[in-house]
Design a protein around this ligand. Structure first.
Ligand SMILES: CC(C)(COP(=O)(O)OP(=O)(O)OC[C@H]1O[C@@H](n2cnc3c(N)ncnc32)[C@H](O)[C@@H]1OP(=O)(O)O)[C@@H](O)C(=O)NCCC(=O)NCCSC(=O)C[C@@H](O)CCCCCCCCCCCCC(=O)O
Length: 712
């Protein structure tokens, strides 16, 4: 609702709809009623609109989209029209986050005040829509088309001070916002509102708009990678040079186009899923549930290993204000890490944050920390050795976490006397940047340990997803079939750049081969050597070249590594790189290697379409997701989607692999394609449709219904 009160001649409308004061139907109704009441009351000479509690309205109520409630009268456009055309001055007083429709309400008001900590912006593009309550028409009238395009297509929030410099807010007020707003409103009483109405202004430098749009188009299309909202936002902004009503009509037309696209619901699903993962649970053990399991307090963290991962994790922990003891047995590596950490932490707070960091070369210095995150090489023997030491030196309550990307948590836990306090915390590189934290419970991990790992994720600003223990967990296990199929495509005729192009056109920031070069082709190679699938000198003795343990195997990646082509770090991998450059250039050497390989093994080169590349790479990945759900390794399909959105660059506008499978491809079509491919390649095990997928197609039912806690 919006609470109505008067303070002398000022009517105050306070939106009260926790948690973020979004414009649910009852709020819109109350605002329209309040404005009418204030207009009618001769004693009222000005109006203040603000939010109660933590924020100014953060926009339309996204949960209403698609339910019919968003279009129920009065809709948001009508509320804002009532504000704009109100004959008494309307002042929006902003604190917290004025976002989307909330910011549009402020722009429809005659005056805007903000507290210094306020932030504002139009993040609709992240929901697959545009600011459809006049945002694309009013903002360019204030800041110009170029800045409006930048703000709207990025969805970024700006701070109050920046909003002041851009002429968006009229004043920044310190102290009590209500008091300040009322006093400001009084000061403008009786002044004509006509020249304060942004809708009546014209866009600055209107004659240059087409030029500005043209200049922005290429960058926006490249960054959008298949998402339709960003460029549609630009089209709406372009219409701001028209008279206001005509521009609004164009905005409405484009909003309807986006709202009815398949991408908007996918992005809104992604928005809610990102938040839903906080309501974690174990699919079978009822004790492991966010409602009942209580975290331990974590004030200090030990990090073992000062390599790339350990360093990134340490930066992340320090940025969140935690005390860190970083242990590294190699002094040179330790010093290097400390220097990098210092450089990475922002200048402003570096010295304060660095004072929270202690370095150590002796395990005994970890004795008092609340949790240790082990980040040594991905090698079971080494990890066991580290965990034995940690178990011996740390206090009994200390939680021991492994930043493994796929090793068996139970096997690691088994070398300790506290398996209930052992948990997996899989960070993604660069650990101080990537938001995903895949937390893994083992057979004996206690509810308290799980809750502590999940809470630590929140503290350090991660999107934490809880999963069960299996080789590769959720993310890397699914990725296995994707990368395997990508190299099988090379055998049949595709070149690395064909595969990468198709996957990047689908929306990934990088295809599998560019990705491999970036992270280092030797990472997978070392893993395969450790598993005995290959050796540093070629296949293990008496092993068929194209099979391992009965499964199809493509040795091309091993051959690449044997040539010393380890990716960007060696200037050559699947591609070649000019010195100092990260641009992947097709390399005749690699193409020849693939060609010779095809000849040697009797593969006949054929042309492979982008559609086949996308299906062959992504369908088995999704299929693995069904196996994972079936086994209860992920509790809900949304957990898998969030892992892929935040850890693997899966394009957000498609909602994530499982959402995409169900709502975009369709389960029946997915099954049919997998059946076709598995008939063609009977020895590619990952193409065999999962029993769960078959079952769902046969019996019906939705992925969301498989989960327990989903509200979506
Ligand atoms: C605000 C935040 C920055 C706060 O962050 P914080 O981390 O503090 O908190 P959380 O993110 O965890 O959020 C807490 C809680 O609140 C829920 N929530 C947040 N925002 C919304 C919201 N806008 N609506 C509903 N629920 C919201 C969140 O899910 C959490 O819930 P939980 O249960 O998990 O605790 C941050 O939350 C944030 O960034 N929020 C999103 C801000 C945003 O994107 N705003 C834009 C919204 S879209 C909009 O405003 C559109 C307008 O431009 C135009 C509308 C025009 C309408 C015109 C007429 C209708 C035509 C449409 C036709 C529709 C078709 C049809 O319906 O059939």
């Amino acid at each position: 609702m919006a609470e109505y009160s008067t303070l002398g001649s000022v009517a105050v409308l306070q939106v009260n709809n926790p948690p973020v004061n979004s414009f649910s139907h009852h709020v819109r109704q109350a605002l329209v009623d309040g404005l009418e009441r204030a207009q009618r009351d001769p004693a009222v000479r000005s109006i203040v609109i603000m939010g109660k509690g933590r924020t100014f309205p953060a926009g339309a109520d996204i949960r209403e989209f698609g339910s019919g409630a968003a279009v129920k009268m009065p809709n948001l456009l009508m509320v804002l029209q009532a504000v704009d055309t109100c004959q008494k001055p309307v002042v929006s007083a902003i604190h917290g986050t004025a976002l989307g429709g909330g910011f549009e309400l402020a722009l429809a008001s005659h005056y805007r005040l903000a507290v210094p900590s306020a932030r504002m912006g139009l993040p609709e593009v992240h929901l697959g829509i545009l600011p459809g309550a006049g945002g694309t028409q009013r903002l360019p009238r204030v800041v110009g088309v170029k800045t409006a395009i930048q703000m709207i297509t990025s969805g970024q929030h700006i701070k109050a001070q920046q909003a002041l410099s851009l002429g968006i807010v009229d004043k920044i007020v310190q102290g009590d916002l209500l008091k300040e707003a009322v006093s400001f409103a009084r000061s403008v009483e009786g002044r004509p509102v006509e020249d304060r109405r942004i809708s009546q202004k014209t866009v600055p430098e209107a004659d240059k708009v087409d030029e500005v749009v043209e200049a922005a188009r290429k960058t926006i299309l490249r960054k959008a990678r298949g998402a339709i909202a960003p460029m549609t936002c630009v089209q709406a902004i372009q219409a701001s040079v028209l008279p206001f009503e005509a521009g609004m009509a164009r905005e409405a037309e484009l909003m309807a186009f986006l709202m009815t696209s398949w991408q908007a619901p996918a992005q809104q699903y992604a928005f809610f899923s990102e938040r839903e993962v906080r309501r974690w649970s174990h699919p079978r053990d009822k004790r492991i549930n966010f409602k009942t399991a209580k975290p331990r307090v974590v004030k200090s963290v030990g990090v073992v290993g000062a390599g790339t991962m350990g360093m990134g994790i340490t930066i992340n922990l320090l940025q969140a204000g935690l005390k860190v003891v970083m242990l590294e047995v190699n002094k040179k590596q330790l010093d290097k890490a400390v220097n990098t950490i210092k450089k990475t932490l922002s200048q402003k707070s570096a010295s304060q944050k660095m004072s929270q960091l202690t370095t150590a070369m002796d395990y005994s210095q970890l004795r008092d920390v609340d949790i240790v995150i082990e980040a040594v090489f991905e090698n079971m023997r080494l990890k066991k050795e580290v965990f034995r030491k940690l178990d011996a030196v740390t206090k009994p309550q200390t939680i021991l976490a492994s930043n493994t990307s796929g090793l068996n948590i139970d096997e690691i836990a088994a070398v300790t006397k506290r398996p209930d306090k052992v948990v997996g915390t899989h960070f993604f590189a660069p650990a101080n940047v990537m938001r995903l934290l895949e937390n893994i419970y083992g057979r004996q991990t206690s509810p308290e340990t799980v809750a502590t790992a999940m809470q630590l994720g929140v503290t350090i600003g991660k999107v934490g997803v809880l999963v069960g223990n299996c080789p590769g967990f959720v993310g890397n296990r699914m990725l296995g079939s994707y990368t395997a199929e990508a190299v099988f495509l090379l055998e049949e005729g595709a070149e690395p750049q064909d595969v990468d192009r198709a996957i990047e056109e689908f929306g990934f920031p990088m295809g599998p081969f560019r990705m491999g070069d970036l992270s280092g082709t030797d990472i997978g190679w070392k893993g395969r050597i450790a598993k005995g699938l290959t050796t540093e000198h070629g296949p293990p003795p008496a092993t068929p070249a194209l099979y391992r343990r009965g499964n199809r195997y493509c040795p091309l990646p091993d051959m690449l590594c044997m040539k010393g082509r380890l990716g960007q770090k060696t200037g050559a991998g699947w591609y070649r790189y000019e010195p100092g450059s990260r641009t992947a250039l097709p390399d005749p050497v690699v193409l020849q290697m693939i060609q010779d390989y095809r000849q040697e093994h009797g593969f006949k080169k054929r042309t492979i379409s982008s559609q086949e590349i996308v299906e062959r790479c992504l369908y088995p990945l999704i299929n693995e997701g069904f196996h994972i759900l079936d086994e209860g390794i992920a509790a809900r399909s949304l957990d898998i989607d969030v892992i892929y959105l935040f850890g693997y660059g899966w394009p957000r506008h498609t909602g994530g692999p499982m959402y995409y499978a169900e709502r975009v491809i369709g389960l029946e079509k997915l099954l049919c394609s997998l059946e076709t491919y598995s008939a063609r390649y009977p020895d590619h095990a990952h193409l065999q449709p999962s029993p769960l997928l078959r079952n769902m197609v046969a019996k019906g039912g939705s992925l969301a219904a498989l989960g327990t806690d989903s509200k979506l």
